[in-house]
Design a binder for this molecule. Structure first.
Ligand SMILES: NC(=O)c1ccc[n+]([C@@H]2O[C@H](COP(=O)([O-])OP(=O)(O)OC[C@H]3O[C@@H](n4cnc5c(N)ncnc54)[C@H](O)[C@@H]3O)[C@@H](O)[C@H]2O)c1
Length: 273
C-alpha cells in the first residue's frame, strides 16, 4: 500500500518525545524519510531506533532549535543526505506555568526563543529550500494545483485566549498562529501550504510537568489539576499522540492541498473558533 506521504522528506522538531514522537512515527509509517531534531539525545536515539526497527527511515539529529546556525546545518544535512525537503513539522516547544508577576527575563527569553524564534527560523530555512526545489516548468506559471511543500506548526488552545499563569507561553502560541498566517501568505505564491494544530491536553512529559507546576501554584494535587482541566473538555478525555499525528498527516498529505493559513483545533471541542 502506498503511504499518504510516500517518499517525502520530512523534518520533525521535538520528535524525541511526546507529540513529536507520535508525529515522527506516523510520517515514517506513511512512507516519509524523517529527520528528527531534538535536544534530548537519549530520547532521540530511542525514537530513531524504534522507527528504523520497523523498517522505516529516520535519522535523529541532536540540536537546540534556538541556535539558528544549527537550523541551517540541519537543513543542509537533510538535503545532502535525502536530496530535498517536502515537509516541516515544528513540534518542539517548552512551557512553564508561573504567576504573571514571577516570570523572569531569563524565563521569558527561554520560552520565546524555543517556541517562536526556533519555529520562525525553521520555517524560513525550510521554505527557502522548498522554493528552490520547484521544477522550472512551474516557475513562471501563475498557479499550480500541486503543492510544493507542507509546513505544520504547533500552537495550543493557550494561543486562543490569555492565560493568567502562562502569560509567556500563551503569547508564543498566539504568535505561532500569527506566524502560520504570515508564512501562508508569504509562500502561497509558491504553493507551499502552512497550517497549525492547536491541542488542548495530551498526556506527555510536558503535560505532566505542567500539572506539577499548577499543583504548586494552586495548592492542589497534580492529579486534581489535570483531572479538573480534562473535565472541561467536551469530549471528556485527553487527546492522544495519535490524534495529533493523524491531524498532522492529513495536513501534510495531498488531501489538504487547498488548506493554508489555518490553525486546526484538535482539542476535543475545548475551543470552537
Ligand atoms: N501536551 C499538551 O497537552 C500540549 C497542549 C497544547 C500544545 N502543545 C504543544 O505541542 C508541542 C509538543 O508538546 P509535548 O507535550 O509533546 O511536549 P514535550 O515536552 O513532551 O516534548 C517536547 C519535545 O521538544 C524537545 N525540545 C524542547 N526544547 C527543545 C529545543 N530547544 N531544541 C530541540 N528540541 C527541544 C524536547 O526535548 C521534547 O522531546 C509543543 O509545542 C507544545 O507547546 C502540547
Amino acid at each position: 500500500m502506498v503511504g499518504a506521504v510516500e517518499n517525502k522528506v520530512a523534518i520533525v522538531t521535538g520528535g524525541a518525545m511526546g507529540i513529536g514522537r507520535s508525529v515522527a512515527i506516523k510520517l515514517a509509517e506513511e512512507g516519509a524519510k524523517v529527520v528528527i531534531v531534538d535536544i534530548d539525545a537519549d530520547a532521540l536515539h530511542k525514537t530513531e531506533t524504534d522507527i528504523t526497527a520497523h523498517g522505516n527511515i529516520a535519522k535523529g539529529v541532536k540540536a537546540d532549535i534556538r541556535d539558528v546556525q544549527e537550523i541551517r546545518r540541519i537543513v543542509d544535512m537533510t538535503v545532502s543526505e535525502f536530496g530535498r525537503i517536502d515537509i516541516l513539522v515544528n513540534v518542539a516547544g517548552v512551557m512553564k506555568s508561573l504567576p504573571f508577576l514571577e516570570i523572569s527575563v531569563e524565563e521569558w527569553n527561554r520560552v520565546i526563543d524555543v517556541n517562536l524564534r526556533g519555529t520562525f527560523f525553521f520555517i524560513q530555512a525550510c521554505a527557502a529550500q522548498m522554493i528552490s526545489q520547484i521544477p522550472q516548468e512551474f516557475r513562471n506559471r501563475d498557479r499550480s494545483e500541486r503543492s510544493f511543500g507542507k509546513i505544520v506548526n504547533f500552537s495550543s488552545i493557550s494561543g486562543r485566549r490569555g492565560r493568567a499563569v502562562q502569560a509567556h507561553y500563551a503569547a508564543t502560541k498566539a504568535g505561532v498562529i500569527s506566524l502560520t498566517q504570515s508564512a501562508a501568505l508569504a509562500f502561497a505564491q509558491y504553493n507551499i501550504n502552512v497550517n497549525a494544530v492547536a491541542p488542548s491536553v495530551v498526556l506527555t512529559p510536558m503535560w505532566e510537568k505542567n500539572s506539577q507546576d499548577k499543583s504548586k501554584i494552586f495548592g492542589i494535587s497534580a492529579d486534581k489539576a489535570s483531572v479538573e482541566f480534562i473535565e472541561r473538555i467536551p469530549l471528556k478525555r485527553p487527546g492522544t499522540g495519535l490524534d495529533m499525528a493523524e491531524a498532522v498527516l492529513f495536513l501534510c498529505s495531498s488531501k489538504a492541498d487547498y488548506i493554508t493559513g489555518q490553525t486546526l483545533n484538535v482539542d476535543g471541542g475545548f475551543e470552537m473558533n
